[in-house]
Design a protein around this ligand. Structure first.
Ligand code: GCB
Length: 647
């Protein structure tokens, strides 16, 4: 177990550093089923090209969408996976026997104790908890089946891609296992070249969302453990030699140079590659090396830089041999200088809000771009220029919308609370999820921070674990800031951050619940912050629960007035911090949580939303907007003053 995971992460990092082009699989592929494709035949399993990587920009490729209604079978005892001696059917000599066989009785005397055809269906993408009342609190295995037609062509490669399955997925195509994947929020794919039937095909997924101490996240979180296939399922078709990955962004802190790479996979690795950005009049021709890799460097004279005020995206095309892929890319620099955050060289204040990947209106995980646009628009209505996508990777589409709508993004992995710090496999898992996130979103200008975790309590083992995550993410991408939502420490009335991890981060970023979990509206202003870092201070969370429509005075917990007053008090407290450069109050919308059982005020909802369960704005929504309007004016004025001084 351990060795497998270690090898994976080392391979991924090395691949990103351009060391070699053939890392080991990120997910498990059964030993006896090496993919039948040109490039990988006769190679040992650990050298399967790109099994660890999802295709860059899958939505920009020829693909078939396998979403829709999938038949499902609830399997709390995992009868469809283990035989009665608790041995997995898919590890038996025959390899068959599980529900993935999708059997029909051969004749009237045959015994088959399940039937996908006779079972109900779920909308995919979509969690199961919100689609079947019996499954609201369910944590365990559900099998899902979809049939689709394919017409595989010679000389093409095919990938079966999952945007996210929570948490552990085992995937079978036409009765044969493709492999498995852990981690509920990041994409994975299987090379199915040579495995697709011409005509009807069947894909079966066993998804299991049971929580375990050693996993990422661990057993305790404050969000609903939505299970299932929560993002798109796609079948991509690419040429035999294809553009597997690319990065096209401005070089670290350099607005005058685009820097990145192109990675090809397939038999003909050495090719001429053309990168063009027609609207900016930029292009480059490079040649990939024997590993299929080429570095891109394009000097830039004039560009409209991406920013929330002007979220300019440029059309970009990469062509290599018979493959071609187009994307829309924004260019911006992001860096810190002392306590300032510089976006395109200018000091900014991040007017943010935190949000979960959950819709209050259609229960469950966000299912499509309409839901996503709605949430991001709500943030913009509050005059936000920034969102914290808590506490795990949100979908690729969400990040693309943020690019388009002009919202900077804090992107996070679910390293949350009490992780098994001393378990090396847990660390490998966290590194893997972080890698999958960076691999997917590295071309999105909106992403300005990679966050490596939330409220992880200081201890030696935790520090060692988190330091490694910080190193991992910096090795993957040096062009963005690295953050984590740290905890505060109180000494009398002084609130501080004492965390060696802060030294590894670009931001002094922390959660603080003044006025809610400690102190109240009456006495919170007696506290003051002393943040001992010469870094931008980012308040990653503060907030108070308020039941939408419940009114009282500013001292009455759960009332809109209490929440509103707490926000006003917070602004007074926080404004006194010299390095304050932004915040993401907790949270945009009420969200479901099994930790919140109060029958009247909560009913299994965390009520810290600025918008209620029914989509109604609470008082504090308007208060935060007014504060952000003021901050925006203040920073615009500063910019103006600076310009006047320069002229
Ligand atoms: C936190 C957590 C967040 C919770 C929030 C709360 O500190 O980071 O996930 O939901 O507090 O409401 O308690």
């Amino acid at each position: 177990m351990l060795n497998r995971f270690s090898a994976v992460v080392v391979a991924v990092l090395a691949w990103h550093a351009g060391a070699f082009a053939a890392p080991s699989p990120q997910h498990e592929t059964p030993q006896d089923q090496a993919p039948q494709n040109q490039a990988s035949q006769n190679q040992p399993l650990q050298n399967q090209p790109l099994q660890n990587q999802t295709l860059q920009n899958i939505y920009g490729r020829t693909h078939q969408n396998l979403d829709g209604r999938w038949h499902y079978i609830v399997d709390p005892y995992e009868t469809g996976y283990y035989d009665y001696r608790r041995k997995p059917y898919d590890e038996s000599e025959k390899g068959s026997g599980g529900y993935y066989d999708d059997r029909q009785p051969k004749d009237k005397g045959d015994i088959v104790e399940y039937s996908f055809d006779g079972s109900p269906t779920l909308a995919i993408p979509g969690d199961w908890n919100s689609q079947d009342a019996r499954l609201e609190f369910y944590e365990g295995t559900v099998w899902m089946r979809q049939k689709f037609d394919a017409a595989p062509k010679d000389g093409k490669r095919y990938f079966l891609y999952f945007g996210a399955v929570n948490y552990e997925a085992h995937v079978y195509l036409n009765g044969k296992k493709l492999g498995s994947h852990k981690g509920g929020f990041t994409p994975f794919q299987f090379d199915v070249t040579g495995k697709l039937a011409a005509g009807s095909n069947t894909v079966v997924v066993k998804a299991d969302n049971k929580r375990h101490q050693d996993e990422i996240p661990t057993v305790s979180t404050d969000w609903w453990n939505y299970g299932g296939i929560t993002r798109d399922v796609l079948l991509a078709e690419v040429p035999a030699t294809y553009i597997a990955d690319y990065k096209v962004q401005l070089a670290k802190g350099d607005a005058r140079r685009i820097e990145g790479y192109v990675q090809l996979d397939g038999a003909r690795k050495e090719q001429e590659v053309t990168v063009t950005i027609p609207e900016a009049n930029l292009s480059a021709k490079v040649r990939t090396d024997a590993n299929g890799r080429a570095t891109i460097r394009i000097p830039v004279k004039a560009l409209r830089y991406w920013s929330p005020e002007d979220p300019k995206l440029y059309g970009m095309t990469i062509a290599a041999g018979g493959d071609k892929v187009s994307d829309r890319i924004g260019f911006r620099t992001i860096e810190t200088r002392g306590r300032d955050i510089l976006l395109n060289g200018k000091s900014t204040f991040w007017r943010g809000v935190s949000l979960h990947d959950e819709s209050p209106l259609i229960p469950g995980r966000l299912r499509g771009s309409g839901d996503m646009r709605m949430l991001l628009q709500w943030a913009k209505d509050m005059n936000c220029n920034y969102v914290r996508l808590a506490h795990y990777p949100h979908s690729e589409e969400m990040i693309r919308l943020a690019d388009e709508m002009g919202l900077m993004v804090w992107a996070e992995v679910p390293v949350y609370w009490t992780i098994s710090w001393q378990n090396p496999a847990t660390l490998q898992n966290a590194q893997q999820q972080l890698t999958e996130l960076v691999v997917r979103d590295k071309n999105r200008a909106s992403v300005v921070v990679w966050s490596i975790g939330n409220e992880t309590p200081v201890s030696e083992p935790r520090n060692a674990f988190m330091f490694k995550l910080a190193d991992t993410v910096r090795a993957l991408d040096d062009t963005r800031l690295v953050g984590a939502a740290l905890e505060v420490h109180r000494k009398g009335n002084e609130v501080t951050v004492e965390d060696p991890l802060a030294d590894k981060l670009d931001l002094a970023s922390f959660n603080e619940y003044a006025g809610w979990y400690w102190a109240s509206n009456k006495d919170m202003l007696d506290f003051h912050f002393n943040i001992p870092y010469d870094k931008p201070v980012m308040i990653t969370e503060f907030g108070a629960d308020a039941l939408g429509g419940f009114h009282g005075d500013a001292d009455t917990r759960w009332s809109e007035e209490y929440q509103d007053q707490l926000y006003k008090n917070q602004f007074r407290m926080l404004e006194a911090i010299p390095g304050l450069r932004g915040m993401t109050p907790w949270v945009l919308v009420d969200f479901r949580s099994p930790r919140r059982p109060h029958p009247y005020f909560q009913d299994f909802w965390n009520r810290k939303g600025l918008i209620s369960q029914t989509g109604k704005r609470k008082q504090a929504f308007h208060t935060l907007k007014a504060y952000y309007d003021k901050k925006q004016q203040q920073y615009q004025q500063n910019k103006q003053n600076q310009q006047n001084q320069q002229n």
